[in-house]
Write a protein that binds this ligand. Structure first.
Ligand SMILES: [Zn+2]
Length: 158
């Protein structure tokens, strides 16, 4: 990492500590940078917002996209104090930044009591057999909406 990249990561780590100390949520922070400028930031805010999806990366992605006025983070770098969980990994792929830097590993997070390893395992399990069963039904009715989407001429593809 370059010196400026280390500075951004230092800020992400500071956000992790500040967020935790002020009761926002767990010890996780994230900074999003474009062209050397911070365009989004977030601390884990699960407790404050009563929002299980308010992980630092998701909070920072929402902030950055709002500031950019766009739903994608093309050309952006994400600095997160810890390796993304499966939800944030998905959010990052949907947001499409160019690079992600992480400090702590998921093993460090597991050691601190944040074990998302089981979610990675659940991805491989047949939906109906997951710890939270996922049951398929009314597929044809729902496929009709996809058919309308496929034919929609003014759609914005993302
Ligand atoms: Zn996460």
């Amino acid at each position: 990492m370059t010196d400026s990249q280390k500075e951004f990561m230092k800020m992400a780590i500071e956000l992790a500590q500040k967020g935790m100390e002020s009761g926002l949520g767990g010890p996780f922070g994230c900074i999003i940078v474009k062209d050397g400028k911070i365009i989004g930031k977030g601390s884990n805010s699960v407790l404050k917002n009563n929002d299980p999806t308010a992980h630092a990366e998701v909070v920072a992605i929402r902030d950055a996209c709002k500031n950019l006025g766009h739903f994608q983070l093309e050309g952006c770098e994400v600095y997160t104090s810890c390796e993304p969980c499966p939800m944030c990994l998905g959010a990052i792929f949907w947001a499409r930044p160019s690079k992600v830097f992480y400090a702590c590993t998921k093993e460090d997070a597991a050691d601190a009591g944040f074990d998302d390893d089981f979610i990675y395992e659940e991805i491989k399990v047949n939906p109906v057999d997951r710890k939270i069963p996922m049951l398929n039904g009314m597929r044809e009715e729902s496929q009709k909406v996809f058919e309308i989407w496929k034919k929609k001429e003014d759609k914005k593809v993302y």
